[in-house]
Ligand binder design. Sequence first.
Ligand code: C5P
Length: 391
Amino acid sequence: MLEGKNILVGITGGIAAYKICSLIRLYKKAGASVRVVATPNALKFVTKLTLQTISNNDVYVEQFDIDEYRPEHIALTDADIFVIAPTTANTIGKIANGICDNLLTTTACAFTKPTLIVPAMNNNMWNNKFVQENITKLENAGYKILHPSDGFLACGTNAIGRMKEPEEIFEATVKIFEQKIQKLSGKKILITTGGTKEKIDPVRYITNNSSGKMGIALANTAAKMGAEVTLISTFKVEGNFKNIVTETAREMENAVKNNLAPQDCIIMAAAVSDYRAASYSEQKIKKTDSDRISLELVKNPDILKEISALQSNKIIVGFCAESENLLENANAKIKNKGCDYIIANDISRSDIGFNSDENEVYIIDKNLNTKHIEKDTKQNIAVKILEKIFE
Ligand code: C5P
């Protein structure tokens, strides 16, 4: 969960500051990159050199420490999360009241992503009316507070105020990232993927080049984002979802219809064959002396069009793979199919789309508003598609 994340660790001047070295190590072990901003008082408890060595990065203390083109406090706000541990009553009071008198408090004021505050102080300070008012104010404003425990305090008493242990701070950080991505919890999504196979005889069939990778990326991503996913595919796929394997367009149509009722959203990423052999030959078709042979094809049901015509309040999304006039064709397709969104991609490019791990798409809505999603991995494209359609 923390792999590749940028964590900004803020340290204020409490004795528990010495424990933050262990916290930084836990973050680093989990694959996160860590930058530290400390108040001048924090460095009375733990040295800058220790923090630099453990975080493998510079440690920022003074407003003008940062050798970057942007103002210092803004440069640090690039991080995905700001974890301030320990947070003294003094710093809690400043953040809750918009005071920016050092680099840490100024950064906290400019930080727009999640901030986790981990208080540590003497029990009388923690119980102080104004400190409690400030904590409530911060909680109401969306700051995450990891409340202190009852335990042995540096002042010699056993009481409330002891900072949560590094392992608990680590777990709280992971939980924040989990909550952040669980944007689709409670949603039910049906996704189709793969290229259908239309049998001609026991050995031959009509199919297409679809690898199914985009639909699988959508299924995995939607599941990670908390959705309950049903993936109807043309081959077996393992994952955190219900998988139904179908072969032909008509089998896929049945599976979609049988699983339609509970869904909030249907994403038809499958490349469904538009035609099938008019009749299936039970025996292998033999080669004859004739130089020509013709195969009669009949139209398959258009699953996307049929489910869009039901006018349910489900979000219905189709895909449009075109080798020319991409946007023109996609605009015509959304009108023809009657779905809510069309995801258009250009299959004339060899670097994206079919069989590739990357894609570049346009998301088009019913009013033909078009959002371009730049070339990226199919996983990242999936996140952007899901975020857009559940906006
Ligand atoms: O008509 P066309 O194949 O270009 O449309 C592509 C979209 O329609 C895709 O979302 C595909 O899954 C869906 N489709 C369908 N039934 C068909 C053909 C395509 O649902 N018979």
